[in-house]
Write a protein that binds this ligand. Structure first.
Ligand code: MN3
Length: 240
């Protein structure tokens, strides 16, 4: 039954895009266009130590996909404006045509934030290594102090938003929180890593216990990817 449905759906959605996920009772169609939902790069249960597989699946397949679909719909109607890479659009939000600013801010920010989020998880957590470790010590004292401040700031976000460790071009790190799907690129800094504190990111396992989610999240961060993002930021090669 499942296989038949899947085949029918794959065929039936050819007009709106070849990419579909059939998962339990959920089917998510993807619009065609320049924006793609990035693959996770690991199984849905890879972050089980902090985030359950079901949350990962819905968060990636439905929440993130809706940002991608919104961007593709906007790009269809404003092809010229969307020729700019997304990191540039976010950095130059105020200069974009007024008619697309909101979709770029919300869905472009959401696409960038979540693309980062999947990349920087799927790891083993533990203590940071490499250049990022030294930069954390320089900016925050030590890793334990960063975690304490990061968790406090993330816990303090009212409603939906994010907590980030950001870098400037010189590699100086700072903590920042943003409401909604705002991305640090909109404020002149590069997000090296960060945590999603919207309820959809943690509600199934943690309900209202955001502090517990923030605490356990560190066990799945991927320091190799974070080091690569940090190196790209310093080398002027940062994307999203
Ligand atoms: Mn989210």
């Amino acid at each position: 039954m499942l296989a038949i449905n899947r085949r029918a759906l794959m065929t039936g959605t050819a007009a709106v895009g070849a990419y579909t996920i059939l998962s339990r009772n959920y089917v998510f169609a993807q619009e065609e266009g320049p924006f793609k939902l990035p693959l996770l790069g690991y199984a849905f249960d890879k972050n089980e130590a902090a985030i359950d597989a079901r949350t990962m699946e819905i968060h990636h397949g439905a929440h993130h996909r809706s940002f991608v679909n919104n961007l593709n719909a906007a790009a269809k109607a404003n092809a010229e404006a969307f020729k700019m890479p997304i990191q540039e659009m976010l950095a130059k939000l105020a200069n974009l045509p007024e008619g697309i600013r909101t979709v770029v801010r919300n869905s472009g920010g959401g696409h960038a934030n979540h693309s980062m989020f999947w990349q920087i998880m799927g790891g083993e957590g533990g203590a940071p290594s490499g250049d990022i470790a030294a930069a954390i010590n320089a900016a925050f004292g030590d890793f334990a102090k960063l975690q304490e401040q990061f968790n406090a700031r993330g816990g303090g976000v009212f409603g939906s938003g994010w907590v980030f460790v950001t870098s400037d071009k010189e590699g100086k790190l700072a903590l920042e929180t943003r409401a909604g799907q705002d991305n640090p690129l909109m404020y002149g800094r590069m997000p090296i890593f960060g945590n999603d504190v919207w309820e959809h990111a943690y509600y199934l396992r943690y309900q209202n216990r955001r502090a517990d989610y923030l605490k356990s999240w560190w066990s799945v961060v991927n320091w190799d990817v974070i080091n690569q993002r940090y190196a790209d930021a310093k080398a002027g090669k940062f994307t999203v």
